[in-house]
Design a protein around this ligand. Structure first.
Ligand code: NAP
Ligand code: PAF
Length: 305
């Protein structure tokens, strides 16, 4: 299959290596043009895969049979839109990211559009990408053109198992958002590994209660204790991890908070709900982001300013 992967970061590279190994005809799409992209992925079993990939070939994009988008939520609209006019009208697009609300920022697309929610885990260093743990990827349709594309899950499953098709991908995405909306901002607040959140379970309880209110209004069947249990499971399973949001804050990058807590608060407002715990965490993260944004501005402005 002719596949383009847009966003060749940690998640993009583990998919690139898996798809190439399956014999697919794959190219990468980078923000800045380069003739080639060399990358190395180390598997959880310590096998190393190195490859030099062709990138940003518009001709290949025009022939593409699948566009896999592994950008961060906040990078997605500006990264994807310039490619749409080159992409065949029937080429499925899979948005594989954490958070929700990206799709509200995209125009209506003729291409079949899917969302993928994954628990695969990978991180990048300057020399290689480390695939830290095998996960589960849930794939499902975001528009009617994608409703009958369940075979895509089989193709992806052959490359990087497990992958399964979910007609109701909205519920899967909300469940993942719930986990991220609790763990990620709390690890920034306490500047800690995920496992240390076991010391603040009363806060976890309050955050889960607020999320359950919104999810119920979204028509998703869940409650505080189910959410609490799944969040605690992830805290324990990823105890030694530094969350992606804490890593972004430490590296002074913009975080995905607008598509996690921000989206939760936006939906809560639509239902007339007030979420004081999540509001406080959201403001905390935005404050951190704006502190380093203004530090950067200060250090890049001439001293006369
Ligand atoms: P990442 O390593 O930062 O990868 C994103 C890549 O996209 C970076 O290489 C970035 O380049 C590139 N990029 C940014 N703007 C672009 C543009 N306009 N055109 C082309 N490329 C562009 O992030 P990630 O960890 O792979 O995460 C991707 C998504 O998957 C996120 O939503 C994340 O929450 C989710 N996710 C990740 C994991 C994981 O284990 N990594 C697991 C589950 C879900 P620069 O770095 O040069 O900006
Ligand atoms: O964003 C992250 O860091 C991860 O999705 C998770 C599950 C919170 C584990 O660190």
């Amino acid at each position: 299959m002719k596949i383009t992967v847009l966003g060749c970061g940690a998640l993009g590279q583990i998919w690139l290596s898996a798809l190439i190994r399956m014999g697919h005809d794959v190219q990468g799409w980078l923000k800045v043009f380069a003739p080639h992209f060399r990358f190395q992925v180390v598997s959880p079993e310590q096998d190393s895969f190195s490859h030099t990939l062709s990138v940003n070939d518009s001709h290949k994009l025009q022939q593409c049979e699948l566009l896999l988008v592994t950008l961060k939520a906040q990078q997605l609209p500006s990264g994807l839109l310039p490619l749409i006019s080159l992409l065949p009208k029937k080429c499925p697009i899979i948005l594989m990211h954490n958070g929700l609300g990206v799709v509200d920022e995209l125009p209506q697309l003729t291409q079949p559009l899917c969302h993928a929610v994954t628990t695969q885990a990978a991180y990048r260093t300057p020399t290689a990408t480390f695939h830290k743990g095998w996960g589960f990827t849930q794939l499902g349709p975001l528009n009617s053109a994608a409703a009958s594309l369940s075979d895509l899950a089989k193709i992806l499953h052959q490359a990087l198992p497990d992958v399964a098709w979910y007609d109701d991908i909205k519920t899967s995405a909300w469940k993942k958002l719930a986990v991220n909306a609790v763990i990620n901002p709390l690890t920034v607040k306490y500047h800690c590994q995920n496992g240390q959140l076991m010391d603040v379970l009363s806060e976890v309880t309050l955050l889960c209660r607020e999320i359950a209110l919104v999810m119920n209004r979204e028509g998703i069947h869940t409650d505080d204790s189910q959410l609490f249990e799944s969040v605690v499971n992830v805290i324990q399973a990823t105890a030694g991890n530094y969350s992606s949001m804490l890593q972004d804050i430490q590296a002074q990058r913009s975080t995905e908070v607008d598509y996690i807590t921000g989206y939760l608060l936006k939906r809560a407002r639509c239902f007339g709900l007030n979420l004081p715990q999540h509001t406080a965490l959201y403001q905390w993260i935005k404050q951190q982001e704006s502190d380093y944004a203004s530090d950067t501005l200060r250090t890049t402005l001439p001293s006369s300013w």
